[in-house]
Ligand binder design. Structure first.
Ligand SMILES: C[S@@+](CC[C@H](N)C(=O)[O-])C[C@H]1O[C@@H](n2cnc3c(N)ncnc32)[C@H](O)[C@@H]1O
Length: 157
C-alpha cells in the first residue's frame, strides 16, 4: 500500500523542509511514501476565498483515483492518539488498499467537493497550523506510527 501526502504550494522555509526531509527519509525504511505538491495557484489576488478553494479543489480531485482511500487533514476532523493513529494505519493495510492519500488543504481549507470525496478527516490538534507545519507534524506522526507498529523504541507510551 502506498501512502501519499498531497499538499498545495512548495515549502519556502528551508528549516522546515530539512526537518520534514528527515522523516521522509526515515519513512522509506518502512513503507512506500510519497509527497506530491500541487503548484500554488497563479493570480490568486483576483480570486475570492471561495473561488480559490474551488480551483484548488479541482486540482486536488484530479490527483485522486477512484480506488484511493482519502483522508483529509483538517482541524475539525477526528483526533487520535499516536497509538490510535498507528492502529488506523494498520486497519488500512488490512483492508488491502492500493493507496491511502492524506491531503493538506490550502489557506482557506477544502472545497465542498473535496469534503464529499473524503473517506474520513483527521485532526492533528484543535489549533490551526500552517500547511508547511502540517507537513512536518504529519510525517513525524506517520514515522512514529510505523515505529509503534514495529515495536521499536521511538515512542514511549
Ligand atoms: C492554514 S490551514 C487552513 C485553515 C482553514 N481555517 C481551514 O478551514 O481549514 C491549511 C491546511 O493545513 C491543515 N491543517 C491546519 N491545521 C490543522 C490541524 N490542526 N489538523 C489537521 N490539519 C490541519 C489543513 O489541511 C488545512 O486545510
Amino acid at each position: 500500500m502506498t501512502i501519499k501526502l498531497l499538499g498545495i504550494g512548495k515549502t519556502d522555509d528551508k528549516t522546515l523542509q530539512n526537518l520534514t526531509d528527515v522523516y521522509i527519509k526515515r519513512l522509506q525504511f518502512y513503507n512506500k511514501f510519497e509527497i506530491e505538491l500541487i503548484p500554488d495557484l497563479k493570480k490568486v489576488k483576483n480570486l475570492d476565498e471561495n473561488q480559490q478553494k474551488q480551483k484548488e479543489g479541482e486540482l486536488i480531485l484530479n490527483k485522486i483515483s477512484t480506488s484511493d482511500f482519502v483522508v483529509l487533514l483538517d482541524e475539525n476532523g477526528k483526533q487520535l492518539s499516536s497509538v490510535g493513529f498507528s492502529e488506523f494505519i494498520q486497519k488500512r493495510f488490512n483492508s488491502g488498499l492500493k493507496q491511502v492519500i492524506f491531503i493538506i488543504g490550502g489557506p482557506y481549507g477544502f472545497s465542498e467537493e473535496v469534503y464529499n470525496r473524503a473517506d474520513t478527516k483527521i485532526s492533528l490538534s484543535k489549533m490551526t497550523f500552517s500547511h508547511q507545519m502540517v507537513r512536518l507534524f504529519f510525517t513525524e506522526q506517520l514515522y512514529r506510527a510505523f515505529t509503534i507498529l514495529k515495536n521499536e523504541p521511538y515512542h514511549h507510551r
